[in-house]
Structure formats: C-alpha cells, structure tokens
Design a protein around this ligand. Structure first.
Ligand SMILES: Nc1ncnc2c1ncn2[C@@H]1O[C@H](COP(=O)(O)OP(=O)(O)OP(=O)(O)O)[C@@H](O)[C@H]1O
Ligand SMILES: [Mg+2]
Length: 586
C-alpha cells in the first residue's frame, strides 16, 4: 500500500512542473482540500464492516448474545447511509473543482492559441490543435481529479484497514503486507512501458480529428475530385492504426491485472492456511479471523483493479504534461521588454538587408533593400513562389526576419509593441477568412466601436451598398460558416470594408482581385482604389494593369529584387517586367 502511494506520488512528481498544476489548483485550494477531506470518512468507514463482523461473530460463537449484536444491523445501516452521503459530497466537490480547473486551463490555452505566431499554425494540423488544446485538458483534469479522489479515498481506506489487520493479528498482517508488495511490483514498470504508445495514440487521435475537419472544410474539393475512396482509405488506415495502438496498450497493461489477481489469490490461500493454524492454537478468535479475511479482501479489491486505474491515471498525467508544456512554450514572435508604442507612421518604411527563411538553411528572401515613403504605393510582381507574400507578411511580424532590419520611421519593428504595430496595418488577402455571423459583424471586426454612419460609409466605399440593399435583411444577413453564402467577389468586398473600417495607415493587398471575373474585378478594383487613397500601400498582383500606377514596382524572383522602378522606367529598361507586361497586353 505504501509502495503504491509512493509510486503514485512519483507519478505526479515526474511532471516536471508540479508548480504548474498547483497554480491551477490554488484558486480552489480550500475546495480541493475539502474534496480530499471528505474522502477520509469514506475511506475509514469501510473498517466498520470487518470490525462489526468480528464483534458479531465472537458474540455468536461464544454463545453470548451481547447487546451489540442486536444493534449491529442498525449500526451498519446508519454507517452505510453516512458513507453514501460522504461519497456523494466527495464526488460533487471533486467534479466542481475538476471542471473549474479544466475550464481555467482551456481558457489559458485558448489565450495561448490566439497568441501563437504564424509558424505555429504552419507546423500543426487543425486536429492536433483540437486534440492538444481541448481533449488533452479533459483527459488531464478528469483523470487528475478522479485519481486524486480515488487516491485519497484508498489511502485512508487502506491505512485504516491495515491498522485493523495489525490489531486483529500482527502475524497474519505481516504476511498480507508482503504479498501486497509483490502484487504491486509490476506496476513500477508500467510508465516506461506505455509512454511511447500514449504519445502515438495522441497523434493518431489528432490525425483522425484532422480528417473530420478536412471532410468538412474540403467537402467541395472532395466531391468535385471524387476523393470519396481516397478519403475513406485515409480514415480507415488511421482507424486501423489506432486499433493497433490500442491493442498494444492492452498487451502492455492488460497482463498486470491477471498477474496481480494470481498473486493475491495465492496470498488469500496462504492467509487462510495460516489463519486455521492460529485459531487451533488459540492465537486468534473465529470472529477475528473472519474480520481479518474480510479486511484483506477489502484491501485487495482496489489493488486488483489498480492495474486498469493506473494506466488511466498515467494517461491523464501524460496529458497534463503535454498541456503544461504547451502553456510553457513561448511564441517566437513576442513583445520585447520596454517595447515602444507605434502611434503613427510619419516618414517611411524600410527593409534593410532583410534575409528570411521558413526552414533553417532554405532562404526565401535574400538581401532585400527597399524604402517606401509614407503615402506611396509599392507593387510587388514576379513568379509564383518568388516570395511576395512572404515579403509583406514580415511587416506585421507574422514571422520574424532571419537577418537585417525592418524599420518604421527608423525604429526596428521588433522594438515596437506588437498590437500597436498590427493596428497600423490593414490586410486584404486573396482568400479572406470571414467568421460565422452577419455581414455587419464581419465588417465590425475592423473597429468594434464604429458608428452606424461609419459602417454605411465603408459599405459604400467597398461597393457593397448595392448588393446589401437587395438583401431582405441587409447588413444583418447571415453569411454562413467562413462566408460560404457569399460569392468570391462579395466576400472580398466585405473584407475590404473591414479593412476600411480599421482605417490603418498601411494597407497590404495580396492578390486581392486575382480570383475574380472581369466585371467583379472592376468593382472590387474600384473599392480597392478607394482603400489605397492617402495610405501607404503594398500591393501584390499578377495582373499588371492593377500595378501600373504604383510609385514603385518591385520584381521579386527567387527571393531577390531583380528589378525596381516605376512602370515607365521598367518598360524603358525592357527587361523581365517589360516582357511580362507585353505578354499580358497581347
Ligand atoms: N508557411 C510556409 N512555410 C514554409 N515555406 C513557405 C511557407 N509559405 C511559403 N513558403 C515558401 O516560400 C516561398 C515563397 O512563397 P510566397 O508565398 O512568398 O510566394 P509568392 O511570391 O507569394 O507566390 P504566389 O505568387 O504564388 O503567391 C515558396 O517557395 C514557398 O514554398
Ligand atoms: Mg503569394
């Protein structure tokens, strides 16, 4: 029993960050304490049963019907009622604390998720995020609290039963304890045996969750490419893998219960054999013997099932470790100490000797040098994969550069307070994410405090007014998940309206019109022209007609600026840009 306790405590201590767990228990420490304290009577009261049996048996066998044997049934009844009430209270308080802690953890993890940098989302699939941020917390908290309750109930239960054993017969008690230690020995190896599998199981769970998410998000592609069989094969492979892992887990843990069962069965046999000897030599009464065997059986009961419980506890401890390590991870892109608030962009934005790589050793941008005066429009053109999107993503610090500097009015953007930096930049992507809700709600994301007048104005500037006025519910029309109920051009104009409302001095337009037909493009282009007015703009476009009027055009190929100048200058130069332009014109 003691070894069990040590083993259990070791299990918890091996969590590198015990402090991490305590941090979450702390706000509820009194309730947690209460939850543990109620388990004391629950555990101790079990001893009443062998004790009552002993008195009763001794009274009956000696022929003396003492008063106690008359009241015994009532006493047992009262005890079990009291025990039931305590059990209920223990479960209630435990669940209360458990759910609270789990919610706190989820809240913090979500906060963490919101602060994760772009590369985190590059590295992790959606299923992993769901499993690690949501399911793991459930596993961790449910298991943790449950095992805390189980553990404390059983420790008090076992301690009181062990004391009872020694009171009844110390000789038998020693034998029983020795057998117990043998039965518990296999448990000490379990953690090592299963830790690898638990990790793999989490990954396989994440893979399965991802397939579900993809089935939802990618359903159009799946239908149009007839990917039904392909997807079914993927999920079936994943499920088979999960099955094999599950069975491996059973192989490694499933033997424990039978082994312990065997050892304990043998132990009970030895005790009965010894007990008979003690009785015949008048070293033990019949009642004492019955009470002893009952105590031993009661003591072994939790231990017999502990093989199963233990792998559950281990699973939850490991989940807790993953959760805590996730919480400890510091995102790569964070505020520096004493970060400066960016209040306005007055003079210029400069890329100075900027190098960038997503993966170590694979440069994506090389020695980028360019400066942009406030109010200018810079166009980026070039081959696909050349690094245009990467170029603009560095400005709001989705990623931090590998070498060089990006300066706004002479200040390194890594010295600027992140929120204040991002506040100054409005981005319209090619594929804009819209949230489930109404058109109005999506536009308001640009500035939640906007007045009705402001909203109407941006709706007009984004050329949304005509479309919206035709809708029976107008701006309050639901747009479906990710805006599926809108056309591509409508979605882009909602995104443009959102960017308008943000009213940021710097605007980034990444292929904002490339997916549109000519009529829609003309409208969206007009909206974009409005958005570009009096702002510093970075515009990426494949269609060179949209970049003609830019103050400077950069041709980016394979991570390098190969040409730079105005439209006229680059045509004059008669190099790559000029060739590209002529091809598009014809
Ligand atoms: N998140 C990422 N992780 C790793 N590599 C990336 C990531 N995003 C882009 N890349 C790589 O960086 C290079 C530049 O990509 P980028 O998206 O900047 O090109 P682009 O010029 O915008 O192309 P396009 O015109 O097709 O949009 C490509 O080789 C691409 O494979
Ligand atoms: Mg791009």
């Amino acid at each position: 029993m003691i070894k069990k306790a040590i083993k259990k405590i070791k299990g918890f201590c091996s969590i590198r960050n015990l402090k991490g767990i305590y941090f979450y228990i702390k706000p509820y420490k009194f309730r947690t304490l209460a939850a543990v304290l109620v388990t004391i009577p629950v555990g101790i009261m079990d001893t009443a049963i062998p004790w009552a049996l002993k008195c009763y048996m001794d009274a009956v066998t000696s022929g003396k019907r003492s008063t106690i044997s008359v009241y015994m049934p009532f006493l047992i009844l009262v005890f079990s009622i009291a025990q039931s009430i305590f059990t209920y209270v223990a479960t209630y308080v435990n669940s209360w604390v458990g759910i609270k802690i789990s919610n706190d953890l989820k809240y913090d993890l979500f906060k963490k998720l919101m602060k994760c940098e772009a590369s985190f989302f590059d590295r992790n699939v959606s299923g992993t995020i769901q499993v690690r941020f949501n399911n793991d917390v459930d596993t961790a908290c449910a298991g943790l609290l449950n095992s805390l309750k189980m553990f404390s109930t059983r420790i008090f239960n076992s301690l009181s039963l062990i004391i009872a054993l020694f009171v009844i017969s110390w000789r038998l008690a020693i034998v029983a304890i020795v057998i117990l230690i043998f039965a518990l020995y296999p448990l000490t190896t379990i953690r090592k045996r299963i830790s690898g599998i638990v990790g793999q199981t989490v990954f396989s769970g994440a893979a399965i969750a991802t397939y579900y998410i993809e089935a939802f998000a990618g359903n159009r592609i799946i239908t149009s490419y007839n990917l039904y069989d392909y997807q079914m094969r993927k999920i079936s492979d994943a499920l088979n893998y999960a099955f094999r892992l599950g069975m491996k887990m059973v192989q490694r843990t499933g033997v424990l219960s039978p082994i312990m069962h065997f050892v304990i069965g043998g132990g009970v046999a030895v005790i009965i054999w010894m007990g008979s000897y003690l009785i015949t030599h008048n070293l033990l009464t019949a009642g004492g013997f019955v009470a002893f065997v009952t105590s031993v059986i009661m003591l072994y009961q939790p231990i017999k099932t502990i093989g199963n419980d233990f792998s559950a506890v281990q699973t939850s401890v490991m989940a807790m470790e993953r959760v805590l390590s996730l919480l400890k991870e510091t995102p790569a892109v964070i505020n520096r100490k004493n970060a400066i608030q960016l209040t306005s962009v007055k003079d210029q934005i400069e890329y100075r000797n900027v190098d960038f790589e997503y993966e170590k050793g694979q440069p994506v941008l090389k020695k980028i040098n360019i400066s942009i005066k406030v109010g200018q429009t810079i166009a980026l053109v070039g081959n696909s994969g050349g690094g245009k999107t990467t170029f603009v993503n560095l400005l709001p610090r989705f990623y931090d550069i590998t070498a060089g500097k990006i300066l706004i009015d002479g200040v390194d953007i890594r010295d600027l307070e992140l929120d204040s930096l991002r506040e100054k930049i409005a981005i319209v992507f090619q594929d804009n994410f819209l949230f489930t809700g109404t058109i109005r709600e999506n536009i308001l994301l640009g500035k939640s405090s906007a007045s009705r007048k402001e909203i109407n104005e941006v709706v007009k500037l984004a050329y949304l007014d005509e479309f919206v006025s035709k809708l029976p519910k107008g701006l309050h029309t639901q747009i479906g998940e990710r805006g599926v109920l809108l056309s591509g051009g409508q979605k882009q104009r909602v995104a443009i309206a959102r960017a308008f409302l943000k009213n940021a001095p710097v605007v980034i337009l990444d292929e904002a019109t490339s997916a549109l037909d000519n009529t829609s493009e003309a409208i969206v282009q007009k909206a974009i022209n409005n958005l570009m007015k009096d702002r510093t703009v970075f515009v990426i476009a494949h269609r060179l007609s949209t970049v003609r009027n830019a103050d400077k055009i950069l041709v980016i190929n394979q991570g390098e600026i190969t040409e730079a100048g105005t439209h006229a200058e680059l045509i004059e130069k008669n190099d790559a840009y000029a060739t590209l332009y002529r091809t598009q014109l014809s």
